[in-house]
Design a protein around this ligand. Structure first.
Ligand code: CAA
Ligand code: NAP
Length: 246
């Protein structure tokens, strides 16, 4: 039986590449989209035309009850989740001087609370079955901080704290927990940065002189999800074109 991989935010730039890669490797792929996303049917149709039979469920990952209900539905219809990729996320960039509580909360809830909300209902099952993979998509900006991102950098750094603590607790149970910290990847999250900031402040800081490709991150997710990666847990793997080395 094919393993089931759940990728949150699979209709976004990185998520779509991860869904495609995992499907190509034979996983049954299920994804989530925001309850307000009106284009989910269109996306599923276009993927089907390309030969991918994905399953999609509405879920507000920032909301505990929505996440529990969504996992219940997925597991009821398809079976237990073997690989969870916590990928859904948002930015609400502004200097700290302008940062208000609404934009602080939105980013912390969507990027960090979501990791608890989605992992909680699948983790015990993985442990009971003796196999599982939890992969958290953080960011280079959680490692080094970023101008205009006190909210996002805090949430993304928090994701790796979660990874390390949970990895310790379940290391002997066949379930690994890892963080991936991508640098700047060419998705709408990055293309919506003001062009002048991207060209003068960001690209020049990337030794490879280019943005990363979603497929490059998807390849790393696929490795972490594999049986070969069984000894790798609690890690934070940077994939950033040399922008930040530590
Ligand atoms: N590094 C250094 N200085 C920066 C900067 C940066 N990344 N971004 C902006 N500045 C500087 C500007 O050049 C400007 O300097 P001067 O006053 O000397 O001209 C000053 O900060 C104010 O900039 P703005 O006029 O743009 O101010 P604003 O209040 O209108 O907007 C901002 C501030 C929202 C932070 C905006 O500049 C911005 O969006 N910056 C980009 C933030 C960013 O890099 N976000 C990453 C998103 S992608 C992502 O998060 C994915 C991932 O994980 C990697
Ligand atoms: P994206 O294209 O904007 O996709 C983000 C996805 O998250 C969307 O599919 C969106 O779903 C989903 N999402 C947002 N809020 C949600 C919510 N409350 N509930 C459910 N789903 C929600 O961004 P991306 O570039 O692919 O980013 C994916 C992940 O990688 C994010 O966590 C991001 O922080 C991280 N990352 C990105 C980069 C980069 O350079 N692009 C770098 C480092 C890390 P809907 O469209 O249905 O709302």
């Amino acid at each position: 039986m094919a393993r089931i991989a759940l990728i949150t935010g699979g209709m976004g730039g990185l998520g779509e590449a991860i869904c495609i890669k995992m499907a190509a490797l034979g996983y049954q792929v299920v994804t989530t989209h925001s309850p307000g996303n009106t284009k989910s049917g269109e996306w599923l149709d276009s993927m089907r035309e390309q030969g991918f039979n994905f399953h999609a469920y509405a879920c507000d990952v920032a909301d505990y009850d929505s996440a529990q209900a969504c996992i219940g539905e997925i597991e009821g219809a398809m079976g237990p989740v073997d690989v969870l990729v916590n990928n859904a996320g948002i930015t609400r960039d502004m200097t700290f001087k302008k940062m208000d509580k609404v934009n602080w909360d939105a980013v912390i809830k969507t990027n960090l609370d979501s990791v608890f909300n989605m992992t909680k209902p699948v983790c015990d099952g993985m442990v009971d079955r003796g196999w599982g993979r939890i992969i958290n998509i953080s960011s280079v900006n959680g490692q080094k901080g970023a101008f205009g991102q006190t909210n996002y950098s805090a949430a993304k750094a928090g994701m790796h704290g979660f990874t390390k603590a949970l990895a310790l607790e379940i290391a002997r149970k066949g379930v690994t927990v890892n963080t991936i910290s991508p640098g700047y990847i060419g998705t709408k999250m990055v293309t919506s940065i003001p062009k002048e900031v991207l060209d003068t402040k960001i690209i020049p800081q990337i030794p490879m002189g280019r943005l990363g490709k979603p497929e490059e991150v998807a390849g790393l997710v696929a490795y972490l999800a594999s049986d070969e990666a069984a000894f790798l847990t609690g890690a934070n793997i940077a994939i950033n074109g040399g922008q930040h080395m530590y």
